[in-house]
Design a protein around this ligand. Structure first.
Ligand code: 5GP
Length: 206
């Protein structure tokens, strides 16, 4: 058996784009990806289970996790903490299994700093694609409104620069298929495959 680490996939994107829906649809299909369950201080919603949807923590517990350096990243979002447990991610990758994170953009930027070898997928709303055309062509908006919209769109587009792939969330199935295609492509990358073959040949010779 070739000793190869798993790949870390990070799905992120602007708030309200539907990251959670896409992640659930992806994991409803059969997948070899391991979902990293996040820690949060927000209260469980109806039907949510501790250790399934999130690890629900008090603020004190969460702050202790931060201090003890037990999180790869964390962010405060709408008054609550969210964070990714370091031990689970590192152990699972070491076992050669792929790990999948679904997190907001500030956290994704932190992961990028600590795991630059991760595969970063940016989910965008379909409207973003049309936004510029609409803003420029419509001509009915006041100059201030046009500028506000352009600034907001530009901020979202600027965030894309840190990512490897962009998936438009126009339809759940199509977005999920694209993510699966990205996972498959990453496993076919020449650098990964060549390394594995070389290691296998070396192992045979020894
Ligand atoms: P919700 O409260 O609706 O489950 O999630 C709110 C936001 O937090 C979503 O954008 C979700 O992607 C993000 N989120 C969930 N887990 C984490 C995490 O571990 N770290 C960060 N930075 N964001 C997270």
């Amino acid at each position: 058996m070739i000793d190869e680490k798993g790949i870390l996939f990070i799905l992120s994107g602007p708030s309200g784009v539907g990251k959670g829906t896409i992640r659930k649809a992806l994991f409803d299909k059969s997948t070899n990806l391991r979902y990293s369950i996040s820690m949060t201080t927000r209260a469980p919603r109806e039907g949510e289970e501790n250790g399934v949807d999130y690890f629900f923590k008090s603020r004190e517990e969460f702050e202790r996790l931060i201090q003890e350096n037990q999180l790869i990243e964390h962010a405060e979002y709408v008054g609550n903490y969210y964070g990714t447990p370091k031990a689970y991610v590192e152990q699972t990758l070491d076992e050669g299994k792929d790990v999948f994170l679904e997190i907001e953009v500030q956290g994704a930027l932190q992961v990028k700093r600590n795991f630059p070898q991760g595969v970063f997928i940016f989910l965008i709303p379909p409207s973003l694609k049309e936004l510029k055309d609409r803003i420029v062509n419509r001509g009915t908006e006041s100059e201030e409104k046009v500028n506000n919209r352009l600034t907001a769109a530009k901020d979202e587009i600027d965030m894309m620069d840190a990512y490897d792939y962009v998936v438009v969330n126009d339809e759940i199935d199509s977005a999920v298929n694209k993510i699966q295609a990205i996972v498959a492509s990453e496993h076919c990358k020449r650098e990964r495959v060549a390394k594995q073959y070389k290691q296998a040949l070396e192992a045979d010779q020894s």
